[in-house]
Ligand binder design. Structure first.
Ligand code: SF4
Ligand code: SF4
Length: 196
């Protein structure tokens, strides 16, 4: 019958409209900005830089390897590598000092939220945020986010992506344990050799 599809669509719309007064799950809208939906764990909007401990500078995981800068398809990441190394403050790098980004910026107006920077980072130093209210009336610089605005704590990461953050923590703990076990094993081998 002609128009059967349209009728079916209208019936479904009516069912949802009237049903939304009785069933909460049929109400798919909220009174934004007074009300906000909790972002699902899988939400991905814009990258941020992770730091451990309570010090954003010292605990920053990024070692300025620039892999994300090279791999970012629209080239919206700009990194300036430090000239000196900083101590392994959070113990992520087996106690070895690392370079860090003296400057790290992302152009929000260019980023296409592809998450490639996250996929390629070997140090779990960059992750996707769920915050989506990024508009600004500052045309000059408002959308170019520098390091101080990009850095967020591991606690925040756990808040927005709890499952993923727990997995990353477990992997890092495994790497740490492996790195700590190495000198102990070497010392044991040396001791055994000396005893022979
Ligand atoms: S999400 Fe994609 S476009 Fe945005 S900074 Fe990362 S790699 Fe670049
Ligand atoms: S965020 Fe990761 S991939 Fe990008 S420069 Fe830092 S350590 Fe390297």
């Amino acid at each position: 019958m002609l128009g059967k599809g349209i009728l079916k669509g209208l019936v479904e719309t009516a069912r949802n409209f009237f049903g939304s007064y009785a069933e909460k799950e049929r109400l798919t809208t909220v009174q934004f900005p007074e009300e906000r939906l909790v972002q699902p764990e899988a939400a991905r909007v814009f990258p941020f830089l992770l730091y451990d401990t309570d010090d954003a500078e010292k605990g920053l995981r990024c070692v300025a390897c620039k892999i994300c800068e090279v791999e970012c398809p629209p080239k919206c990441i700009t990194i300036e590598k430090s000239t000196e190394k900083k101590p392994d403050y959070a113990g992520n790098y087996a106690g070895k000092p690392q370079f860090y980004p003296a400057k790290f910026s992302i152009d929000v107006s260019v980023c296409m939220s592809c998450q490639i920077c996250v996929e390629v980072c070997p140090f779990d130093a960059i992750k996707m945020d769920t915050a989506f209210e990024l508009s600004t009336d500052d045309r000059f610089g408002g959308l170019l986010w520098e390091k101080d605005r990009l850095t967020k704590s591991n606690e925040y990461y756990h808040l927005i992506h709890p499952t993923e953050a727990a997995e990353v923590d477990a992997q890092l703990a495994g790497k740490k344990a492996k790195a700590e076990a190495k000198p102990a094993a070497a010392a044991a081998t040396t001791g055994a050799a000396a005893a022979r």
